[in-house]
Design a protein around this ligand. Structure first.
Ligand code: GLY
Length: 254
């Protein structure tokens, strides 16, 4: 169960966030703020406290706090984002993390790693080797995890930005799985809830203490999650989608 979450208010420069989908247009800032407020309410409904960090205009993507740290039940790992425009974001998370953790580890150059590439399943951490997370980053991450008794499983990515863009664990052995991850050997032991290509964005749902938060506007995924027995909350993330952001990217949950 999660007790805590950390989020960061989107900054005005969120309009300049990295995107692979410019055809969706730029985020509307006011709408992004409203959606972020609804997201915070959804987290609170799931019984966690929410630490809200202030907007940081220096980093357009800084509301995607998931990428700058991996918070386990034993230690915090400050990452080293592979996107050059995001690399400095880690400095802004350390003080917040120190309020909750004494054991803090770091991914260091030349290793890169982003939290969106890390999926926790109990004491096993699946890590996507992606354009943002490199082999050295995964090596360092595995070494840290092993020190705390955790296991690290590398998953090579072919198409998507982050591992959790396309695959997300929602407990009870259930995995939301899309595209390139459907056939991956390392995920065959899970019950697959297969996400249709037309709703691929909604592979990125988050399990929050028994409830699953689902992005608004994806009826097939919503029904599949409900049919699997979960209560759900929907949150509109249309403005974050425009800059490749999903539900998980917007918080650290621990
Ligand atoms: N815009 C989110 C990311 O590229 O990290």
């Amino acid at each position: 169960m999660f007790q805590h979450t950390i989020v960061r208010t989107p900054c005005k420069n969120v309009l300049e966030g990295i995107t692979s989908a410019p055809e969706l247009g730029k985020p509307d800032y006011e709408k992004a703020l409203q959606q972020h407020a609804c997201y915070i309410e959804a987290l609170k409904q799931c019984g966690v406290d929410v630490t809200v960090l202030p907007a940081n205009d220096e980093y357009p993507d800084s509301c995607f706090v998931e990428d700058v740290a991996v918070l386990t039940r034993k230690c915090a790992i400050i990452t080293n984002p592979g996107a050059p425009s995001r690399n400095g974001e880690t400095a802004g998370i350390i003080d917040a993390v120190k309020k909750f953790y004494t054991d803090i580890e770091y991914i260091r150059n030349p290793g890169t790693l982003e939290g969106g590439d890390v999926m926790m399943v109990g004491d096993t951490f699946y890590v996507g080797r992606s354009a943002r997370t490199n082999a050295e980053g995964i090596r360092q991450f595995g070494e840290i995890l092993n020190k705390y008794g955790f296991e690290c499983v590398e998953v090579p990515l072919e198409k998507v930005l982050h591992l959790k863009t396309g695959v997300n664990y929602i407990e009870n052995n259930n995995l939301l799985v899309s595209g390139e991850f459907i056939e991956k050997e390392c995920f065959q032991k899970f019950n697959h809830i297969v996400i249709p290509e037309s709703e691929a964005y909604a592979a990125n749902c988050i399990w929050m203490n028994g409830t699953v938060i689902v992005p608004e506007g994806f009826p097939t995924v919503l029904k599949a999650v409900q049919d699997a027995g979960y209560p759900t909350i929907t949150v509109d993330t249309s403005e974050f989608r425009k800059i490749d952001g999903g539900l998980s990217c917007l918080s650290l949950r621990f």
